[in-house]
Design a protein around this ligand. Sequence first.
Ligand SMILES: [Zn+2]
Length: 115
Amino acid sequence: MSRLFAGTPFDIPPTCDRCGKMEEDCDCPPLEQTPNWLPANRQRAKVRLDRRKAQRVVTVVWGLAADETDLRALLSELKIACGAGGSLQDDKIEIQGDHLARVTDKLQQIGYRVG
Ligand SMILES: [Zn+2]
C-alpha cells in the first residue's frame, strides 16, 4: 500500500524539528541529554567554612540552584582541584578541609561569580 501523498509535494520525509535536517543526517543530541543548566557566569555561588564536630572543617559551596546546575559535575571538579573528598548535601557541595581559597578560585575559573 503506497502512502497517501507519495510523489507529491506533501510527501515530506521526516526531518528534525531543531536543525531541519533529514533525521538520518541529524546530529542533534537527544533532548533528555540537554538539561537546562544555567551558564556559570549567570550564577552566583557562595563559599563558606563550616566547623564540624571533632574540629573537622568542611568547605561548603551553596547558593546554586540545584535544578539549573550540574552539581555532581561541579563536585567532581572541586574534588580534583582541592585533592580532597567531598559530597553533595541537598543543593550544597561539601569539600573536606579548609579549601576556601582554592574552591573560590576554581569556581571563578569555571565562570561563577562568587560571594
Ligand atoms: Zn537535528
